[in-house]
Design a protein around this ligand. Structure first.
Ligand code: HEM
Length: 583
């Protein structure tokens, strides 16, 4: 299933002295993919912990090895050389950071005390880092906090005010992305979320935005309604596997949207290809590999050189990403010639470039459409999944939303997107669900392309800048009792929705999620359809007692609920008849 494939992305992720994973920066999907896999495959409910340093790479394993043969001695020399180069590179970076710090009179945003060379490595939060950064922000009484790890400076923005001032109003200098060469090596460099702030990005971004702007999305409504009906039917057939179906719902939508592709619920080859390519990039960005690759001297070493084996995997990944890029779009082109093309982003965009006359435009279309599944499947699936969790834990919210749907829509059909404006409470449930648990609690990292100053604090050029979405969405001044699930906070006295549309949930400035309109309406539709026909409650154990549902999340830069059990039953015979009557 697609649930593990998401914003294809780069991760600098390393192992702490205690062996816990520390994501220095990562695009969310990847970090979480691994987390979700581990949490499911290893007895279910653990937090992701990557292999420890000694088990992963020759470089990292070097100090503790005993070498007996001449080839292993050669290997040891190689490892030591690699290790020395790594240390040298790190030292240079740390010296540059401390020099820059001294050369600028203004203080940097506050953060925990750091050590020479390794910086804040020892105090980097290893789990639900967004909560730690929010706490530091309160402790230091500062909107921004900063840390550095091995010379890499990270600034975390924890308030809406600072996010507005920097990532929105000064978007021109905060729209770049951290760059990792491993992304190019593994063939993911066409993915919009990775592309540096450049003309190449601008061209693709413009195509994406115009194809999925609010009004343009209306054309995809029939597709969204099919998505919701599919979800309702799949849940009826196999309610226990609801987690798989929340993911499949989002996967189906994004593949259909991108290429008009109708993914099969079981064993779909396109879905498998996407998942496999994502898994390789996840592996490549584990400790050791991408870190080695970021050191220019080591990057030049040939693939057969000890420790450089990751290059072969990167090649394998590149073959897959080539297939992802070229395969589906080729089919769409053919279907346009045959006259059998389904409505999709690809078919619409290709029609505007009839005959492929402009090759640059065709490449841009291909890259843009190729980014839809990678960016949209996991995120949308997680958002639906979080809504399931909220509803199981809050039966009174289900009842109130069902009362509204029954009164406004009736019992003889599922809600449609046309009903959205007349179902304010359902709208409030969606907003509160997205606010309460965030799919991307730390967003996707931006990069400062110029030196900057915020309220007397210096932000150096090249700093990795995170907007802490979780901190903003859990600000008690704006959202009293922020960890409670209370849709009412979005409802005004006259029963209508207020004007807080949780703006930063989809990121910031020029990099804000270009899929936000289709994502928001799809999650709304899925939740409204679910509520219309199903009751959700905790599953029962063999004695008939409720199995407690934990409100816990998978750690990483994308988040989803840890697996939980729940019972999903048609509300009554009327609902069951409606479900059975769906085509
Ligand atoms: C509930 C679902 C979703 C959430 C919460 C979400 C959230 C985000 C966030 C926080 C970012 C980073 C913005 C930044 O850098 O400040 C992002 C980027 C992006 N999203 Fe989404 N997203 C969702 C669904 C989708 C969907 C369905 C699509 C495609 C149809 C999509 C396409 C993208 C792309 C292409 C980017 C990269 C944009 C760039 O770097 O210029 N997302 N998303």
């Amino acid at each position: 299933m697609l649930r593990h494939h998401q914003h294809a992305a780069s991760v600098v992720n390393a192992t702490s002295p205690k062996g816990a994973s520390k994501v220095i920066f990562a695009y969310p999907a990847i970090a979480n993919s691994r987390a979700a896999r581990n949490s499911e495959s290893e007895a279910g409910y653990g937090i992701y912990t990557p292999p420890t340093i000694s088990s992963r790479t020759p470089l990292q394993g070097c100090p503790s090895r005993v070498f007996k043969t001449s080839s292993t001695m050669q290997q040891e020399i190689t490892y030591r050389l690699l290790f020395a180069t790594f240390l040298f590179g790190t030292l240079c970076a740390a010296v540059i950071v401390s020099k820059r710090r001294r050369s600028n009179a203004l203080p940097w945003p506050p953060g925990p005390p750091s050590l020479p060379l390794i910086g804040n490595w020892m105090s980097l939060p290893s789990q639900t880092s967004w909560k730690t950064y929010a706490k530091w922000s309160r402790d230091y009484n500062s909107d921004l906090v900063s840390i550095n790890a091995f010379g890499k400076v990270i600034v975390v923005i924890n308030t809406a005010k600072a996010a507005q001032a920097l990532l929105e109003q000064r978007s021109a200098i905060y729209s770049d992305r951290p760059f990792l060469t491993i992304v190019t090596l593994s063939g993911w460099d066409w993915f919009l979320g990775f592309i540096p702030y450049s003309d190449k990005w601008r061209v693709r971004r413009r195509i994406f935005q115009s194809a999925l702007r609010e009004q343009a999305c209306e054309e995809y409504r029939p597709m969204q309604h099919t998505m919701a009906e599919n979800m309702v039917k799949w849940l009826y057939q196999d309610p226990k596997d609801f987690q798989r179906y929340t993911n499949l719902t989002a996967a189906w939508l994004t593949l259909s949207l991108a290429w008009g592709y109708d993914a099969k619920p079981q064993g779909d080859s396109v879905v498998k290809l996407m998942e496999d390519a994502a898994q390789i990039v996840i592996d490549l960005t584990l400790p050791g590999t991408s870190v080695l690759n970021e050191i220019p001297l080591l990057r030049q070493l040939p693939g057969w050189f000890p420790g450089m084996g990751y290059k072969a995997r990167a090649d394998e990944c590149r073959t897959m990403t080539e297939r992802i890029l070229h395969g589906p779009i080729k089919s769409v082109k053919q279907s346009l010639v045959d006259g059998t093309a389904r409505e999709s982003m690809a078919s619409k965009l290709l029609r505007t470039n009839e005959g492929g006359v402009d090759l640059d435009a065709e490449m841009a279309i291909r890259d843009t459409v190729g980014s839809v599944y990678s960016a949209g499947a996991e995120t949308t699936g997680s958002a639906i999944h979080f809504a399931f969790l909220a509803l199981v834990l809050n039966p009174h919210v289900q009842r109130r939303a069902q009362e509204e749907i029954d009164r406004v829509v009736g019992r003889d059909r599922l809600p449609t997107l046309n009903d959205r404006s007349i179902l304010p409470y359902v709208g409030a449930v969606l907003r509160e669900s997205m606010r309460w648990n965030n799919v991307t609690p730390m967003g996707i990292p931006h990069r400062a392309s110029e030196d900057d100053v915020y309220e007397g604090r210096f932000i150096p050029k090249g700093a990795i800048v995170f907007g802490n979405i979780w901190a903003i969405m859990h600000d008690p001044a704006k959202y009293p009792d922020p960890t409670s699930f209370r849709p009412e906070r979005f409802i005004q006295d006259d029963g209508t929705l207020n004007d807080d549309d949780i703006p930063f949930i989809f990121g910031f400035g020029r990099r804000v999620c270009p899929g936000k309109f289709i994502a928001d309406s799809s999650v709304w539709l899925a939740v409204a359809s679910l509520l219309a026909v199903y009751n959700l409650s905790p599953a029962k154990d063999e004695r008939g007692n409720d199995i407690p549902v934990k409100e816990a999340v998978v750690d990483g830069l994308t988040s989803r609920p840890l697996p939980f059990e729940c019972s999903i039953k048609p509300r009554d015979s009327i609902a069951e008849a409606l479900i059975k009557g769906l085509a």
